[in-house]
Design a protein around this ligand. Sequence first.
Ligand code: UDP
Ligand code: MG
Length: 350
Amino acid sequence: MGNKRIDIIVPCYNEEQNIEAFYSEVRAVASQIRKSDAYENSYCFAYIFIDDGSKDGTLEQIRRVADQAAAEQTTVKYISFSRNFGKEAAMYAGLKASADAVTAVSEEAAAGKGAAADFAVIMDADLQHPPRLIADMLKTAEETGCDSVAARRVSRKGEPKIRSVFARLFYKLMNKYCEIEIVDGAVDFRLMSKRMVKAIADMPETQRFSKGIFAWVGFDTQWIEFENVQRLSGETKWTVWGLTKYAIDGFIDFADSPLKFAGAFGGFIAAGSAIYLIIEIIKTIVMGKDTPGYASTICLILFFGGVIIAILGLIGEYVGRMYLETKRRPIYIEKESNISDTEEELPIER
Ligand code: UDP
Ligand code: MG
């Protein structure tokens, strides 16, 4: 019987076609892991599905899987949001559920209740993250003792060219200007140790950019590479605008270099102007007054007007984020869940 637990966290938005297939594939991998000689039933699996305000039958599908699981003595927990809060919020909810269960258990450990989740795995519901990699991740984590094993796509096959180009550019900029390093091709598919999950669940920011957060919390990370896979059914939720916004958010969340750049640019212009002013004064003294050109004056006024407005807009981006952050709104609102507050004994899968 498993005394170590792995939580599988799955954010789902309009994935009714995929839930069941996903669950049965992951279960197959889980049972392989459990039965393998290497682990001799030392692991059990629990599933945490997050329904991110889906408009289709996703929640019904999750409930069905949960009922079926209960009959098989497997634990499937779910949280359903009151509306679509985005994948970031869904991932946070899952990690928090995992971390909270961990705390509940360690507090109750003395009373002999439950088993602490040793690892949490975040993965997509559309089977674009091959479940078989969970076994590789676990193996790597066990062998190296690292806190995180993350998956990295080595190809962007099947993705629109333009998306790949911009994605590459984003990673370049991000790594140049932010203190954290974000690996190109990294997807939100990773196995994390209990302490890393706790560290992430303890980060209260409402505007979340997980790729950055995973890197920011630190801990040793090992990478596993895989080929891009098409989603099982349905369509990607990313629009061009959505991705652009995501990239800007990610950048601003982890970099203050644009502000520093704005400051440096201002300083440079000020210094240049001072030199120019001195030259003009000397010229006037030496050569007497001359009528300055109208066009050049207008050009300079327009140019600096534009620069000032652009920099104000940039500062506005940061101020706007501060404004939203200071409201301390919850990251998500739960509509329904089968996780009870007085969490009973934790999942034991047979
Ligand atoms: N997702 C979510 N909330 C959203 C959008 C997506 O929970 O608002 C989930 C979605 O159900 C899937 C994962 O996030 O499990 C990745 O989404 P998608 O496949 O659309 O992204 P892609 O794989 O194209 O990057
Ligand atoms: Mg996908």
